[in-house]
Design a protein around this ligand. Structure first.
Ligand code: PEP
Length: 249
């Protein structure tokens, strides 16, 4: 069965609650499609207004992060059932900015992925190499390690429903998109890695996005690749152009 594309916006630390309502009202008609799942991953405080504003549309709301404990003395964190209680379906886990600025490791990513599945939230698991790693020729080794650890203890049935976002760090927010060949090569490598961990059926089912300066010009060629099942989009997700990315065909 063909995999349905999934195009997700990562709003990062942008948009107040009132700006959220305005932006969703603007984007709602532009991102209407049945051909792809459309997800807006928004800051925690924007989740409820985003859910309200997107009611009746095809937009799903996701979180940008989540903690791996159920509740308790973890000041500033968001628990999984806080997300499910309001209807959040997706959560970005292990974005490179969280790894770099908030000390997330492969191990904490794994704990969060397991916890997300436990609560029926689909994780968008991020991986990606630095420019140095690419230049050293260790891109795939590094990404395989990130993916293998992120999926430790995850069952094949769960993995089939997961989303992996391949985001080369050197392409995030820099305006430098990986070439179509580079993006396809790594996404294909990730799918092979999933086949090794699980089996062909799991590898065929899991959705793998590309992320890193995707825009309406680069999206069509990227999304047409056999192993690229959509995109995780930062900057361009805050603009009306996101509608063109979603309707890339
Ligand atoms: C991201 O942060 O996930 C991202 C891909 O950002 P941008 O599209 O701005 O490079």
């Amino acid at each position: 069965m063909a995999r349905k594309k999934i195009i997700a916006g990562n709003w990062k630390m942008n948009m107040t609650p009132s700006q959220t309502v305005e932006l969703i009202n603007t984007l709602k008609p532009l991102v209407a499609t049945e051909d792809a799942d459309v997800v807006f991953c928004v800051p925690a405080i924007d989740i409820i207004p985003a859910l309200e504003a997107s009611k009746g549309s095809n937009i799903e709301i996701g979180a940008e992060n989540m903690y791996y404990e159920e509740k308790g003395a973890y000041t500033g964190e968001i628990a999984p059932d806080m997300l499910t209680d309001v209807g959040v379906k997706y959560v970005i886990i292990g974005h490179s900015e969280r790894r770099e600025y908030f000390a997330e490791t492969n191990e904490t990513v794994n704990k969060k992925v397991l916890k997300a599945f436990e609560h029926g939230i689909t994780p968008i698991v991020c991986c990606g190499e630095t420019l140095t790693q690419r230049e050293q020729g260790v891109t795939m080794d590094f990404i395989r390690q990130q993916v293998k650890i992120a999926f430790l203890g995850v069952t094949a049935e769960q993995a089939k429903t997961a989303v992996i976002a391949y985001e080369p760090i050197w392409a995030i927010g820099t305006g430098k998109t990986a070439t179509t060949e580079q993006a396809q090569e790594v996404c294909c490598g990730i799918r092979k890695c999933i086949a090794e961990i699980y089996d062909e059926a799991t590898a065929e089912a899991i959705r793998i996005q590309y992320g890193g300066s995707v825009n309406d010009k680069t999206a069509p060629e990227l999304f047409a690749q056999p192993d690229i099942d959509g995109g995780l989009v930062g900057g361009a997700a805050l603009k009306p152009d996101f509608g063109k990315i979603v309707n890339w065909k």
